[in-house]
Design a protein around this ligand. Structure first.
Ligand code: PLP
Length: 381
């Protein structure tokens, strides 16, 4: 990954952080030209140099043009939905989306006169059953959190194309390394940049772009008007994070595969979920869609329920943290965090029991990680 740096003698190698909210011009005519030709900066809610640089780096990863930096991953989700929905429309989405995306669809959009329905993304027939003549958009993630089930992207993209539905993909989990959204019929792709792309849990950002330049332009306008603009400092930190993203992700994926296999042999571990393992329920689809880039997320279930979960977390060297994509490995317990508001029966019906953990694997030395997890697993017995 390279910095997109302007070429002039004596230029700084690292992009300067430009905190200025406003940009001065010489004359009304030159200001007029900047607005008319979109050739510079006027006010940072409408763009600033650090957003331009960071967006260009993510554009290069996703094969996109002119992507929008947004203030968070949720701002990117909101912009994508706002760009194609209006009062009276209907939107459908995976029933295993990130929790806040589900709340946006089920609690916020109805206040704007937009209705929604959810379906199991591994089953195209279920999607077909919830689509109505007013369905204008479908929101998906390729790999579900935390069950790591794989959506039928090929079937769902075909369905959207047949019905004239805008397909929006949250590619946060898979990253552009794992899944090239625009090559699979996706219309709008977005990221919580906060996660793997920035990678150090110190910047909160989103990014969103469309296949169609006119839609990307609309995403820019929406972000300026709704005020979802990214802050310069977060973009500056993210530029640094992005430089190491491909290396970090390569190492994290190798670590995840090794940890998944090691966990499967540990005492007190009832099952392990990793898309690269032959016992994953969607292993064939994972191979087809991810092409061996099986990701850095591993889920597993302890046999001993909540008691075992507490013992494991206490004996484990990993921080229990409700996030993912950090440079180091973190553990999360969905039943008490991301899925705490899902009724127990519904939660358990998709396998999220009291003994279920999701691990976001980082670049730490894998032997040390395995040793630590073994100690934690023995503590559950
Ligand atoms: N999408 C996914 C898949 C996520 O996991 C998250 C956050 O965890 C988001 C979107 C929201 O991102 P942010 O926290 O940057 O708003």
């Amino acid at each position: 990954m390279r910095r997109p740096s302007p070429r002039f003698e004596g230029r700084p190698l690292v992009s300067p952080l430009q905190q200025s909210v406003v940009y001065a011009t010489e004359t009304p005519s030159s200001l007029d030209a900047i607005y008319r030709d979109q050739s510079g900066y006027t006010y940072s809610r409408e763009g600033h140099p650090n957003a331009t640089t960071t967006a260009a780096m993510i554009d290069a990863l996703e094969g996109a043009e002119g992507g929008v930096m947004a203030s968070s991953g949720m701002a990117a989700v909101s912009l994508a939905l706002l760009s194609c929905l209006k009062v009276g429309d209907h939107v459908v989405g995976s029933n295993q989306l990130y929790g806040r995306s589900l709340r946006l669809m089920e609690e916020e959009l109805p206040r704007l006169g937009i209705t929604s329905a959810l379906f199991d993304p591994t089953d195209v027939a279920q999607a077909e059953a919830v689509i109505t003549p007013n369905t204008k958009a479908m929101l998906l993630e390729v790999v579900a959190n935390p069950t790591l089930r794989i959506a039928d992207m090929t079937g769902l993209a075909r369905l959207c194309a047949d019905r004239g539905i805008t397909l929006i993909l949250d590619n946060t989990f898979t990253t552009p390394v794992g899944f090239k959204a625009f090559e699979h019929g996706v219309d709008i792709v977005l990221h919580s940049v906060t996660k793997f792309l920035a990678g150090h849990s110190d910047a909160m950002l989103g990014w969103v772009a469309a296949q169609e330049p006119a839609v990307t332009e609309r995403l820019h306008i929406l972000s300026h008007t709704w005020g979802m603009t990214a802050a310069p400092f977060d973009c500056w930190l993210t530029e640094r994070g992005l430089l190491s993203f491909p290396l970090r992700f390569e190492r994290a994926q190798a670590n995840a595969a090794a940890l998944a296999d090691a966990l499967a042999d540990m005492p007190g571990v009832a099952r392990v979920l990793y898309p690269g393992r032959s016992d994953h329920p969607d292993v064939a689809r994972a191979a087809e869609l991810l092409g061996g880039q099986n990701g850095a997320m591993v889920s597993f279930e302890l046999a001993g329920g909540r008691e075992a979960a507490d013992a494991f977390a206490q004996a484990s060297p990993l921080p229990l943290a409700p996030t993912l994509g950090d440079i180091s490995t973190t553990l999360s317990h969905p039943a008490t965090s991301s899925h705490r508001n899902v009724p127990r029966q519904a939660r358990e019906s998709i396998g999220i029991t009291e003994g279920f953990f999701r691990m976001s694997v980082g670049v730490d030395p894998v032997d040390t990680l395995i040793e630590g997890l073994e100690r934690a697993a023995r503590a559950t017995l």
